[in-house]
Design a protein around this ligand. Structure first.
Ligand SMILES: [Zn+2]
Length: 198
């Protein structure tokens, strides 16, 4: 089917988003064209700003618009624990349960030899640097319950334990293969409370 080029380009952009098929892309493109100029301008501005103004925190690796991020610089947070997660979405999931008041470290991935992802390819080195001469007493490893998440947890545990810092892993309330960001709050809270030393 023929569309004028500006619409075709917009459809193409939408269809690159995850979970958006061709049909939905067409619907979104036509919806966008029907929006007020003001709303379209704001939409475009927000897209550009999200890409331009966000960076990774140089301390914890979380997505932030200020470096270090607001969690790393928060004086009221408990500096004796670090919650290690795979990505920034997991930080939001844990923050939502309002039970944890320590610090985070975002790996931005997992170790996956099958896909050629080694510890050097994710945010591990900065975690180890953070632990040297720190007040950290416990590192809670909350990588997802997938084989890569497990392998990463074991790798980190072996790396950190010789320093005498306690290493724990979230309890198995979380289904195998499940992502933390999709866990409901009660399950997540239980998994944190029942964490086990590894
Ligand atoms: Zn940070």
């Amino acid at each position: 089917m023929y569309y004028p080029e500006p619409i075709a380009k917009l459809i193409e952009s939408y269809s690159k988003l995850p979970g958006i098929g061709q049909k939905t892309a067409i619907r979104l493109a036509f919806y966008t064209i029907g929006m007020d100029d003001e709303d379209v301008n704001l939409f475009a501005k927000n897209l550009l700003s999200a890409k331009r103004d966000l960076k990774f925190c140089s301390v914890c690796g979380n997505l932030t618009d200020q470096d270090p991020c607001s969690i790393c610089t928060d004086e009221n947070r408990d500096r004796s624990t670090i919650f290690v997660v795979e990505d920034s979405k997991d930080v939001l999931a844990i923050e939502k349960i309002r039970e944890y008041n320590g610090l985070y470290h975002v790996l931005q991935g997992t170790i996956s030899p099958m896909n050629g992802i080694s510890p050097d390819d994710i945010n591990v080195k900065s975690l180890i640097t953070r632990l040297i001469d720190s007040q950290v007493e416990e590192v809670i490893i909350a990588t997802n319950a997938t084989s890569e998440g497990e392998a990463t947890a074991i790798y980190l545990s072996r790396l950190i334990k010789p320093s005498g810092i306690k290493v724990t892993r979230l309890a198995r309330g979380l289904a195998v293969g499940s992502d933390i960001e999709y866990a409901d709050e009660v399950t997540l809270l239980k998994a944190v409370e029942n964490r086990k030393e590894i």
